[in-house]
Design a protein around this ligand. Sequence first.
Ligand SMILES: Cc1ncc(COP(=O)(O)O)c(C=O)c1O
Length: 487
Amino acid sequence: MDYQLLFSRFAALPAHAPWSRQRQLHECLRSAIRNGTLSAGARLPATRTLAQELGVSRNTVLYAYDQLSTEGFVQPGQRGTVVAGLAARVAPPAAPGHSPLRASLSRRAQSVPTRDAPETPAAFAPGVPALKEFPVTLWRRLLDRAWRSLRTEQLNYAPHHGEPALREAIANHLRVARGARLEASQVFITDGTQGSLALCAQAFADAGDKVWIESPGYQGALAAFKAAQLKPVGMVVDDEGMAPTAADWQRHPPKLIYVTPSHQYPTGSVLSLPRRLDLIAHARAAQALIIEDDYDSEFRHDGPPLSCMQGLEADAPVLYLGTFSKTMFPALRLGFVVVPAVWVAPLSAMLSRTAPRGRAADQLALAEFMQSGQFSLHLRRMRRLYRQRRDALVAALEQQLGDVAAVHGGSAGIHLALRLRDPHADDAAMSQQLRALGIVAPALSTQAVGQRVQPWRGFLLGYAQVQVEQMPALVATLAGVVKRARA
Ligand SMILES: Cc1ncc(COP(=O)(O)O)c(C=O)c1O
């Protein structure tokens, strides 16, 4: 806290000019405590330090602290003088002639969907990996090593496309594990998929351009596109993924097409090969770009691993998005976009002005985690664990809810969809009731995009954090709510 600034502002007010320095300091601290500038529990500087900072005698500071303590504003203790908790704070008076600020976001921002605060410990909260299983000790060691290896110049603004070692590690991994075709120069590091989506919306489309999104679809993508003033168009999803018609191409020509082909979010459908090829061909003809969000494909539980769309054809019109939120942990906030080679130079030019990067140590630690083989090892362990949890959840759902609902899309990832057979079921109301019982199971109908497409009814169930033994009891709670709603 800069007390010099606080004090000089206070002392400069004309009403206080004739006061002694002691009185000025006392009043200055008192009003800072009363208006919340200094909050309960904050430690005031040592008297000698503050005297030096303000250029006053130590006795002046001692007097002010003593007075504040007598009045109950501060409490002297072994750890120094601490601001006391006061029942009511007094808001600072508005400056004359200034009307109070009204918090009203732009109309564009108001159209962006919001979401509840993350509730990670709650059962079935989707999108969160098994945080307890993450090898924290190893990660700390790698971070420590990365910090020790940093050169002074790496504390400066960093390359806007990310650390070369991490870009190289990602390119190597994607070639082998996802069948992608790329050079490291095509990889741009971001702060996770949310950052990648915002970047794609900004760099590859203009306000008013149409962007297709699967419906039901990922609300995070919808939020990014609305924030960029694009026009989202919801597209039907069936068992083979997104299913646009010839009329859709004619009536709603897209600039961007957002898909989750390996494990559609939230239904879990896998985009079939004929549809992948068809989408690429149509996108080429329409001069559109496909955004392939490959968020959880590292976890494939049944059948052979699927390659990504990006690698299906040379120079496919695909922006490939990856994230470390599921394979590592969400708070890492690291992801990436792989752009077609022709876009590397223009995107670099744009980012050089708008997106200085940093956090070199995190990126270098992750690069080592990947290059040393620890990443693959961790993925193998997690795949085994998630498959067990998926099996336990599917078994409990089929046993307890098989007559009224069907499991959908459990072949990959860390969530599945439970689709209710009743197309009019009020899944949103049931989801609310479940929340009160400690279960977070978002309603599929709330994941719809626009009104064009008939909503799915049911729930999105994340199982990565739920232990096998807990499944039957949690599913019994879910079944109780569903069956009561039908009664
Ligand atoms: C479809 C989809 N894409 C991406 C992500 C990850 O986003 P981020 O990298 O911003 O954490 C999620 C997280 O739940 C998701 O569901």
